[in-house]
Ligand binder design. Sequence first.
Ligand SMILES: *[C@@H]1O[C@H](CO)[C@@H](O)[C@H](O)[C@H]1NC(C)=O
Length: 391
Amino acid sequence: MTPRGFLGLVILLLAMYCGLDPLKHSAISEFPDFVSHKVDMPPWSLIPTVKDDKNLLQNSEIKFLNQIQGPESMAFDPLGRGPYTGVADGRILFWDGLKWTDFAFTSNNRSELCNPKPIAMSYLKNEHICGRPLGLRFDKKTGDLYIADAYFGLMKVGPEGGLATSLATEAEGVPLRFTNDLDIDDEGNVYFTDSSTNYQRRNFMQLVFSAEDTGRVLKYDPTTKQTTVLLRNLQFPNGLSLSKDKSFFVFCEGSVGRLHKYWLIGEKAGNLEAFAILPGYPDNVRTNEKGEFWVAIHCRRSLYSHLMALYPKIRHFVLKLPISAKTHYLIHIGGRLHAMAVKYSPEGKILQVLEDSKGKVVKAISEVEEKDGKLWMGSVLMPFVAVYDLS
Ligand SMILES: *[C@@H]1O[C@H](CO)[C@@H](O)[C@H](O)[C@H]1NC(C)=O
């Protein structure tokens, strides 16, 4: 056989293997309906190249190491106490200044299945039973805590904590499947995201690989108790935050790596506008007292992830190789977990970039909450909270 013929045979066998996936070793073998969608990426030339050469986030203090797992959101109550955070086993914990105590939970069916496990990822299997609180926000007037639980939808619990009550589990007849983040205005309207109607949080990697566009931004009206869909056909909508004057909110689009702005009042009400193209793929966004937005970037963009977004057929082929989802994920995020936080002006201009590009101290941040000159950074994957002193 000629070398060319041999090469042809190898390619043919590989193509057959990928087509059939006989050993079910691929990252998508358990997802028969998996479809790869194109992502309309912004041109590579428009992607901000900003960097923090000093890797300032490496100066962060690591707090509560191994006392909590996967704290995504950091919330402080109207008295400034906290943080409160939702963790991997489904509880919402409260730091009283000395110790962590149980504050609230979202599942009415907790059992030994929700007991402590060695790493945050090992809770994935039972998240639909134990709950997984992601975005948290206090209503500053009532002290109620609003919760976006990935499995149980939009919920609320009073200042005394305990079992949260359900506010919304569906919209327009379509169940919430991956409730992710929220914010509340002065009238108690809740704006929130449902990242997908197909993939649950425990399959977030497949959602990333698929880039399917069933994500929605919704509004819960406390007077009518109805939930309406404001925006649909979004690719992995994630964090959401109202502007300081409540005239608009911004939300993160995870697959595209972009922030969009949705006007709530004025002549542009109901309109969508581009806000910022991000240097990476975002998780949550939070405003500070000045009305600036801190965006937690889960990972920087890589040329690989950019090209894979643009060419779904190639991505689909690669996903059928006998490579684990975790490995694909690691390649997608650029080889190693790292950390990046970017601050934007209310107009969408980059004001500050903080990084730990090697992931030496801080990794995979989910949220950046600014309080009294400090940044509190949670991570859905890590067993700690990182605190960075801005002064
Ligand atoms: C409660 O959890 C158990 C597993 O611990 C499960 O078998 C059962 O179906 C759950 N019940 C409800 C009502 O969800």
